[in-house]
Design a protein around this ligand. Structure first.
Ligand code: PNS
Length: 166
């Protein structure tokens, strides 16, 4: 049986922290679907779901068992539809825990045949988040330590132009 994992998130945009989790998940499962989903708590989006999908495709090209998809529905429904056995999420610090724990419990209630698996981030990605990256880029700061090289220029151009002029 193929062991499928779904790695969901907003990925607005994908960071080196996300890429680390996706890469490690790809070693644990036969197939990993990175799912660009909607987080209703995050009201300000910088990139469209399709742009996020394309950025993730670009940075995961060399991971043959990783694919990217998007969903505007419930994560649990998607996981059930594709027959995944796990939801993989990265856990940075204690501050992430309560929120992630709540989502894991809710998802398990909605679909009990999948486990939420938490991978702890590496120490250097501990403080990293898409919102921190966006703030730095918007004010013209250096985000090269946080964003995969292949999409760096695209993100810098988009954020500096779009966010500062709006
Ligand atoms: O990267 P994020 O913003 O922490 O990811 C959160 C995300 C998008 C995975 C979460 O909000 C989600 O699963 N959204 C899909 C809708 C859903 O199923 N919500 C209920 C989760 S218990």
């Amino acid at each position: 049986m193929e062991r499928i994992a779904v790695c969901p998130g907003s990925f607005d945009p994908v960071t080196l922290g996300h890429l680390d989790i996706i890469t490690r998940a790809s070693r644990l499962f036969d197939r990993v679907i990175v799912l660009v989903s909607i987080n209703m708590m995050k009201t300000h989006e910088s990139f469209t779901p399709q742009e996020r999908v394309e950025m993730i495709r670009c940075v995961t090209q060399d991971l043959p068992n990783v694919e990217v998809d998007t969903s505007d529905g419930l994560l649990a429904d998607y996981v059930k539809k594709v027959g995944a056995i796990a939801i993989v999420k990265g856990l940075r610090a204690v501050s992430d825990f309560e929120y992630e724990f709540q989502m894991a419990l809710a998802n398990r209630k909605l679909y009990e045949d999948a486990e939420t698996v938490f991978l702890t981030t590496t120490a250097e990605n501990m403080y990293l988040s898409s919102s921190v990256v966006k703030q730095i880029a918007t004010f013209g700061g250096d985000i090269s330590h946080f964003i995969p090289r292949e999409i760096l220029e695209y993100i810098e151009k988009r954020l500096v132009k779009k966010e500062r002029l709006s």
